[in-house]
Design a protein around this ligand. Structure first.
Ligand code: SAM
Ligand code: SF4
Length: 328
């Protein structure tokens, strides 16, 4: 399948991040510090299983082969296991990944793997159980780490997302490095992004990615050459460590030049950028199986509006109030 999704800046899009729900059962301080709420009359109208199938098939027909299911917390959807199995069967989709907070991961990972989950990202902001509970509102670190071990035991590629937080990550870097010494996972430090809702937290806890880069270089890590088509993460490795480290630095110059992903919200809005203004509603083209080509035309047409880059440096986070609303 040739990639038909290219924009005017030479970027190719073969990767879709699909949010299954805005709902989340954690209360991460930088994302949903008061937990997820919605008015009774304003309940999100999540895409149904058939709508999701048509959407994924439409993107796959345009050359998308990698799909990430995210949220909110994707696993809180009751039909998550069915969505997973359906997505893995869509012709053209070669890899289905998910990003999860790890809730009940240990109980579910064997089933998810059997249904076609090919790669896993789990968020772990602290390796100290008390600190973890403080950041996420959930005292579940040991069971999440057990879930990660089970996934590794199934030979799944595992990435751990850890948001860089001043007065937190800087105290724990040694502990994280000890973890990946013998554990073959990819640890991704994500620079905290300012969103509509988290301005105060951002000002208090933003730690530039350059801080961690300097620490890694001093500890003998070196940056790996970029692979063709790789996304915006920069990868570091060390001959004595089984794991690798990825740095996601959205404030870095040229970060957007390697953007390789498109996003669709849980209600079917195509989001060309995590920090763009609003989305384009694809739902009218998801109602039945007859509209596959029209859906593809809509997606292709919208790509022309993808901007060269976000304006986070100017403190502008578009209409994104928090990342749970669009899928990080
Ligand atoms: N609930 C799932 C989870 O936490 O993994 C999936 C959705 S969450 C929005 C996806 C990723 O975005 C998580 O790794 C989370 O830590 C990260 N994230 C959320 N808000 C962020 C922010 N303001 N800056 C940087 N990363 C953020
Ligand atoms: Fe939920 Fe993920 Fe946001 Fe944490 S980062 S509140 S787990 S959506």
């Amino acid at each position: 399948m040739t990639a038909r999704l290219r924009d005017g800046f030479g970027r190719r899009f073969e990767y879709l991040r699909l949010s299954l729900t805005e709902v989340c059962n954690f209360r991460c301080q930088y994302c949903l510090p008061d937990g997820y709420h919605c008015d009774k009359d304003d309940k999100p109208q999540e895409l149904s299983l058939p709508e999701l199938r048509r959407l994924i098939a439409g993107f796959a027909a345009l050359g998308v082969w990698k799909l990430r299911l995210t949220g909110g917390e994707p696993s809180v959807r009751r039909d998550f296991a069915e969505v997973l199995a359906m997505a893995a069967r869509v012709p053209g989709i070669r890899r289905v990944a998910m990003t999860t907070n790890g809730y009940r991961l240990a109980e579910r990972i064997v089933d998810w793997h059997a249904r076609g989950l090919g790669a896993l990202n789990v968020s772990v902001d602290s390796l100290d159980p008390r600190r973890f509970a403080d950041i996420t509102g959930q005292d579940r670190l040991p069971e999440i780490l057990r879930g990660i071990d089970l996934a590794l035991g199934l030979s799944m590629p595992v990435k751990v997302n850890s948001v860089l937080l001043k007065a937190l990550t800087d105290q724990e870097l040694g502990r994280f490095l000890t973890w990946i010494k013998d554990t073959p996972l990819s640890l991704r430090f994500i620079e905290l992004m300012q969103t509509g809702d988290n301005g105060e937290f951002f000002r208090e806890h933003h730690l530039p990615a350059s801080w961690i880069e300097n620490q890694l270089l001093a500890a003998g890590f070196s940056e790996r050459p970029r692979e063709p088509g790789a996304g915006p993460a920069r990868e570091f490795s060390h001959p004595d460590y089984a794991g690798r480290i990825g740095l996601i630095a959205p404030y870095a110059k040229d970060f957007c030049a390697s953007c390789n992903r498109l996003r669709v919200s849980s209600e079917g809005q195509l989001r060309l950028c995590l920090f763009g203004d609003g989305g384009y509603d694809l739902r009218p083209w998801l109602r039945d199986d007859e509209q596959g080509e029209a859906l593809q035309e809509q997606i292709l047409g919208q790509l022309g509006y993808k901007a060269a880059g976000h304006r986070l440096h100017e403190g502008y986070s578009g209409s994104t109030r928090h990342l749970a609303s669009i899928g990080g």
